[in-house]
Design a protein around this ligand. Structure first.
Ligand code: MLT
Length: 410
């Protein structure tokens, strides 16, 4: 008799973005003529940069020729891409890392979920509320969340409130935590942390022998000068932080899939007996066992982002999405709504009008205006009473969605 992993039963049947997709599809079945505009899930709409396309075409041609054909690649990534990451993402910001501290993967969603695999089950995990749902979902599925308390929260998870009152900036927890998930610029609130605000967390982690999992999927959207692009810009972070970065939002790879995770060799974890271990070695073991490497063609595409031409092209695309975000911010602000984010991030976090329940708001907006948002409580309890828009749709659709929204608000 095959037993299932019962931890899965502790979660709703569908992941929140699936649930939203199902509601959109149901609406379309009832209204086949529906012209739904999606400002919900952060999926990109601009085509890939030309430089990326050409690099991938060349890579495909190499695979078509017996002299240049390649089979399995290195599990943790090709050197040609890792070297570009070291140079353009880190050395330019004064951060020195070595090639064996970078692990190329197929998307940051996979890595933020999988990273828990190398940590023990008894860690106390800190996540913000609201939060990108994968951190909590993966902890629950992996049996690392403990038990559900009378207050309906997981005993191994400490929720750090990010609310209007604290400017959506996470404050240190009163209790001691071991693993801390931080995502900045933040999904969903769109808020970024300054160096001083991030330093508070690095200092805490160093003092408490904790490890920070830093999700930097939106770092390419940072506009303001005092915002760190990498957690390693903070002194001491190489001893306590794992950084996860993605090409999805940076260069339009949501469909192609490519990301990287940085696990510095100075980060240590402990066994129950107090033995000291390098976390880098554990992640290397996991990657080489569970993964056979991101495809050669895709890694060549990612590498092309760092050419002069590639950099110019991807930055233009980011500017395009950020202009959409500015349009959304402006329009919603002009309606008197409380609007956050959208300055160092394509995510815009908005209080629902008339304190409407987030899911009800999502449904009414979908049914009446055929515009999709993400209901705030899809990101946690403290997301209730908020919704999220993103700037990732086309300019035309963004403008049309705002027109509909204004008309709907009447
Ligand atoms: C989002 O909309 O929050 C993201 O696109 C989801 C993801 O990256 O998985």
């Amino acid at each position: 008799m095959a037993l299932v992993n019962e931890n899965y039963l502790k979660l709703p049947e569908y992941y929140v973005f699936n649930e939203i997709e199902q509601k959109i599809n149901a609406h379309k079945v009832i209204h086949p003529e529906a012209d739904v505009i999606r400002l919900g899930q952060g999926d990109v709409s601009r085509p890939l940069p030309d430089a990326v396309i050409r690099a991938m075409q060349n890579a495909v041609a190499e695979l078509a020729d017996v002299k240049t054909f390649r089979g399995y690649g290195p599990e943790c990534g090709y050197r040609f891409l890792i070297e570009k990451i070291l140079k353009y993402e880190y050395q330019t910001r004064g951060v020195n890392l070595s090639a064996d501290e970078i692990f190329i993967s197929d998307g940051s969603k996979s890595d933020v979920g999988n990273i828990g695999h190398i940590f023990g089950r008894d860690n106390i995990i800190a996540i913000t509320d609201p939060v990108y749902p994968v951190y909590e979902n993966a902890a629950i599925m992996g049996g690392r969340s403990g038990y559900l308390t009378d207050d309906d929260i997981w005993s191994n998870i400490v929720y750090i409130p990010c609310t209007e009152e604290n400017g959506f900036v996470p404050q240190l927890p009163a209790e001691k935590v071991d693993i801390i998930y931080l995502c900045y610029p933040n999904n969903p609130t769109g808020i970024a942390l300054t160096k001083d605000q991030l330093k508070v967390w690095v200092d805490y982690a160093l003092e408490n022998k904790a490890i920070i999992i830093y999700d930097g999927a939106y770092s390419a959207y940072i506009r303001e000068d005092n915002i760190p692009h990498s957690i390693y810009e903070i002194k001491g972070a190489k001893k306590c932080a794992i950084e996860i970065r993605s090409y999805s939002k940076t260069a339009g790879f949501t469909g192609l899939r490519c990301s990287y995770t940085v696990v510095p060799k100075d980060i240590i974890g402990y066994t129950m007996n107090g033995e000291v271990l390098r976390v880098n070695g554990l992640w290397n073991r996991r990657m080489t066992t569970y993964y056979n490497g991101t495809s050669y063609v895709v890694q060549r595409g990612a590498e092309a982002m760092y050419t002069k031409e590639g950099q110019k092209q991807y930055k233009e695309i980011i500017d395009y999405y950020m202009t959409n975000a500015a349009i959304i911010r402006e329009e919603l602000t002009s309606l008197g709504l409380d609007v956050y984010g959208g300055i160092n991030s394509p995510n815009i976090w908005v209080k629902t009008p008339y304190k409407k329940d987030s899911w009800r708001f999502f449904q009414e907006l979908l049914y009446d205006a055929e515009v999709v948002c993400i209901p705030g409580d899809g990101f946690g309890k403290l997301g209730a009473g908020y919704f999220r828009f993103t700037g990732f749709n086309s300019r035309e659709n963004t403008e049309e969605a705002m027109k509909r929204f204004k008309k709907w608000m009447g």
